[in-house]
Design a protein. Structure first.
Length: 473
């Protein structure tokens, strides 16, 4: 064989092998499905192909494809994987390893852990991120960064907060958290103005996104613009009151803690003293100024938590199924809690919940961004199940169904600057998807009607999800 003939034959064989490899079936196609996301809106009769953890093709149905597996999506609706933007993975030890499977069973493919000691959070994160693990994507803050007094200090409450008594200690804390790989930081309610400023400055230096409660020593219009997201809508009511300066001065006096209260009791006493009083003294013009100051800060209302007294989770559709998925130890504990609640004859105070609905509507109309989070598992919030309650309440507060979807898909991605990777159904994006049996734009409650979940490129139908949950308990 001449050298020339050998070269030609080798080239021919190389091209043939490449062509054969290109033609090899690969990936999974969901065919003839209606694709819905909060950026591209509605695309009917589509075939979506994902291969590994990536969406590789979106074409009109009927287009020829070479996918290895085909799923018939006729009559179904494909949305991006959902986020729960406020969870506590280490809050209740009784959950064991079941929380990731619970989240996935409800289409939650990403979670943001907003507070836990790293010695407890990191082992959970490592398991969720381990090669081959079937779990939501996870982002974590480490402990609640509190002030001289710590609310969640382990005395009567789980220990998930740490002290930052001085600006120097605060800066050192941020540096340590950065070194330990946190995704963002969480500032809590008992920090002083000086410590708050130090935490914000250090987080900016280390390029860490910031989540925060409104510190009791500050007003929402001052603290809010300095951080990237705020939780629960708490303490905004004071900045919306006609007598806001007087309320704030009273609060500063009480924060000196002349009675030597614990951090948890001091915080609770201030909320009890001032929250409803501030709401009763609402001033529209002052509140609109406060709202304007927050148009660049994501709000995470956790409505389903503030509604827990008025609309108990155990009275919501789907509760029995959700409760049945919990580990036995959690069921026993929660059953006692439910019985105590049911035996309490005191009518629930709906003031803050009603205020929250009102405030969201005003904020939304003025362009304040929202993200969907639940504080699960606090307040009998079943992981995953509670996210759908939150979406329904956001719609009740004034968001449209597509805006509610935005709050649980695109907005969380924006917080982490991940919008080029997740949040919508586009070629090149990560393969986190939820296949629904009904249109969520007709009724946001249809996000509950889950036929299958795709998490990091793994297709899990209802049988696979049930088996995953069984194995986790």
């Amino acid at each position: 064989m001449t050298v020339r003939l050998f070269v030609i034959l080798s080239a021919f064989l190389t091209i043939s092998c490449q062509s054969e490899q290109a033609a090899m079936p690969s990936g999974t196609a969901i065919t003839n499905v209606t694709v819905i996301d909060a950026v591209n809106n509605v695309r009917e009769s589509q075939t979506v192909i994902f291969d590994g953890d990536q969406i590789v093709s979106i074409e009109p149905s009927g287009t020829e494809n070479s996918a290895l597996t085909s799923i018939d999506g006729s009559g179904k609706f494909l949305i991006p994987g959902l986020w729960d933007f406020h969870v506590h993975l280490s809050y209740e030890d009784a959950f064991g390893d079941s929380m990731p499977a619970l989240f996935l069973s409800y289409g939650v493919t990403s979670v943001r852990d907003t507070g836990g000691l790293l010695r407890k959070v990191l082992p959970i994160v490592e398991k969720m991120r381990a090669p081959g693990a079937i779990a939501p994507r996870v982002y974590y803050a480490g402990p609640l960064l509190d002030g001289n007094y710590v609310v969640y200090d382990g005395n009567g409450r789980p220990e998930i907060g740490v002290q930052n008594a001085t600006p120097e200690a605060a800066r050192a804390m941020i540096a340590d958290l950065k070194a330990q790989g946190v995704s963002f930081v969480k500032i809590y309610e008992m920090v002083s103005p000086a410590v708050f400023e130090a935490l914000v400055s250090a987080a900016n230096e280390h390029n860490l996104p910031m989540d925060s409660h409104v510190p009791l020593s500050l007003r929402a219009s001052i603290a809010g613009p300095s951080v990237d997201s705020m939780e629960h809508l708490r303490n905004i009511e004071m900045d919306c009151a006609a007598n806001a300066p007087e309320l704030h001065e009273t609060r500063l006096q009480l924060l000196r803690n002349p009675d030597g209260l614990s951090g948890g009791d001091l915080r609770a006493s201030l909320h009890s003293l001032q929250r409803n009083a501030a709401i009763a003294n609402y001033d529209e013009a002052r509140c609109d100024q406060t709202i304007t100051s927050l148009t660049g800060t994501i709000q995470v209302p956790t409505l389903q938590l503030s509604a827990s007294g008025v609309l108990p989770p155990y009275e919501r559709d789907g509760w029995e199924t959700a409760f049945s998925k919990l580990p036995d130890a959690v069921k026993a504990d929660w059953q006692e809690s439910m019985e105590r609640r049911k035996s309490n004859d005191t009518p629930p105070d709906s003031t803050f919940f009603d205020w929250s609905l009102f405030l969201i509507d005003r904020m939304h109309s003025r362009g304040v961004p929202f993200a969907a989070g639940t504080d699960s598992p606090l307040g009998l919030s079943v992981p995953g199940f509670s996210l759908h309650n939150e979406l329904e309440l956001l719609v009740r507060a004034g968001l449209s169904p597509i805006e509610a979807l935005y709050s649980a898909t695109v907005r969380p991605a924006e917080f982490f600057s991940l919008q080029d990777e997740v949040g919508t159904i586009d070629v090149g994006k990560k393969a986190d998807l939820v296949l629904l049996d009904a249109n969520p734009l007709d009724d946001i409650a249809n996000t509950r009607r889950i036929a299958a979940v795709v998490t990091q490129g793994r297709y899990l139908d209802s049988t696979a999800l049930a088996e995953l949950l069984r194995q986790s308990q």
